[in-house]
Write a protein that binds this ligand. Structure first.
Ligand code: DGY
Length: 425
């Protein structure tokens, strides 16, 4: 059975491999996505280390001079996707978006480095990536934390990766759609519209892109100009973990200055995360910079901080919170509390389970000694594969497979989970 999963997962990776990068899935996402690539590299690393490094290197080949690493690289023209390069109009030699995404690459690089069988190759390739990843992290703190709070803001829901989370509802509602014009979505021709964001959300997504395009994608101006500025604990935790992992890598690769700077960013971030903790909700919350208030919504973004080195009592709190969520669903971890009124078990980030999120939360909980909960999360993840194959995401109550099928990072996570299981056995 396990070997079957491994073979199937590798087949998904092979089918979505475009040589130097992978597409998340054929049709719905026909280009390279930033955090998809970084997490998918972990899958390749189990059987082709060279290809795994290439995945991340290709992403960084398209880094902007300011340090930003775009969330989509439009390697090849594909009319089946909206919004394509002509909507972003960033003017890059190979077209890219002008937004970024959760900075998970340094975590992946560190993990690949630690596990590498070919140590010499890993040293060489990690050393070349190191300054690029560090420049990206510094770019985030420079441009998205202008007041030096220790936490960065996203300026578009797409940056979080959790596109239509309830976390953004109120902030997005305030984005005016005046002048946005008409457009034709393509996502709902590839996936069930009931699994995707609404038209009203898309109008605001596009409006924000138009605002940034008017500023010629000058990333030093976008934060202040954006009507949407939200501090996402999940996004920050991933960046904090990446800074900590990069610091360790920098030490190992003889870059002590970079290590010190990166560790300082991580430490400051951990301390600042504390301002997002809610005793009442038993989890972390998003913070809306435009209105200066926490956003009281029970999403998985507030559980993802387990991925960073938060205090042990906070990790224990997150584990307790997941335990409670488990009482109202069959499969952990729902992206939104199933007992909350806005919960929608099929709709993208408003309820469904995502294996990449399960993996990151379990990884952090494991470091914090929450092993029972880690076991439950891993078991549920594999039960979903068993029931519904390699989907983009799953209904946490029925296990219905949702979004795109034959999904790259889901397959990569299965390889990761099975390898960890084998290690523990
Ligand atoms: C999409 O097209 O749904 C993406 O998440 C945007 O990056």
């Amino acid at each position: 059975m396990r070997q079957d999963y491994i073979d199937q997962a590798k087949q998904v990776l092979r089918d979505n491999d475009r040589g130097t990068y992978t597409v998340p899935t054929h049709g719905l996402y026909p280009f390279q996505w930033n955090w998809d690539s970084a997490l998918s590299a972990l899958g390749f690393a189990h059987y082709d280390e060279d290809r795994a490094w290439t995945e991340i290197e290709t992403l960084f080949d398209h880094q902007w001079e300011c340090g930003m690493v775009p969330h989509i690289i439009f390697h090849e023209y594909d009319p089946g996707y909206f919004p394509g390069p002509e909507v972003y109009a960033t003017g890059r030699p190979t077209p890219t978006s002008g937004l970024s995404q959760p900075a998970v690459a340094a975590f992946a690089a560190r993990r690949m480095f630690d596990r590498a069988k070919d140590k010499e190759m890993a040293r060489r390739r990690a050393a070349a990536l190191l300054p690029k990843m560090h420049a990206w992290h510094e770019w985030f703190y420079r441009t998205r934390d202008p007041e030096g709070t220790g936490l960065v803001a996203i300026i578009h829901p797409w940056e979080s990766g959790r596109d239509n989370s309830v976390d953004w509802d109120a902030a997005l509602e305030r984005v005016s759609t005046e002048g946005v014009g008409t457009f034709q979505r393509r996502d709902i021709t590839h996936a069930n519209p009931a699994h995707r964001p609404t038209h009203a959300q898309y109008e605001r997504y596009i409006k924000l892109v138009q605002i940034f395009r008017e500023l010629n994608w000058d990333t030093s101006k976008l934060h202040d100009a954006s009507p949407f500025q939200v501090v996402d604990p999940g996004f920050n935790a991933i960046l904090i973990r990446a800074c900590a992992d990069l610091a360790d890598l920098a030490d190992l690769l003889g870059e002590p200055g970079m290590a010190t700077r990166s560790r300082a960013l991580a430490d400051r971030g951990i301390a600042a995360l504390e301002t997002l903790w809610s005793d009442g909700m038993g989890q972390y919350l998003c913070y809306d910079r435009q209105v200066g208030a926490l956003i009281e919504s029970p999403t998985v973004g507030g559980l993802l901080p387990a991925f960073a080195a938060i205090p042990t009592e906070r990790a224990a709190g997150i584990s307790r919170r997941i335990e409670v969520l488990g009482r109202s669903c069959e499969y952990l971890i729902p992206s939104h509390d199933p007992t909350a009124p806005e919960y929608d078990g099929l709709r993208y980030w408003r309820g469904p389970v995502w294996l990449i999120v399960n993996y990151m939360i379990a990884d952090g909980l494991c470091r914090a000694g929450q092993t029972d909960m880690v076991g439950r999360i891993m078991t549920d993840s594999l039960r979903l594969i068993d029931r519904s194959g390699f989907a983009e995401y799953y209904d946490p109550i029925t296990a219905e497979p949702c979004g795109g099928a034959h999904f790259t990072w889901t397959a990569a996570m299965v390889l990761e989970i099975l390898a960890q299981e084998a290690e523990l056995a």
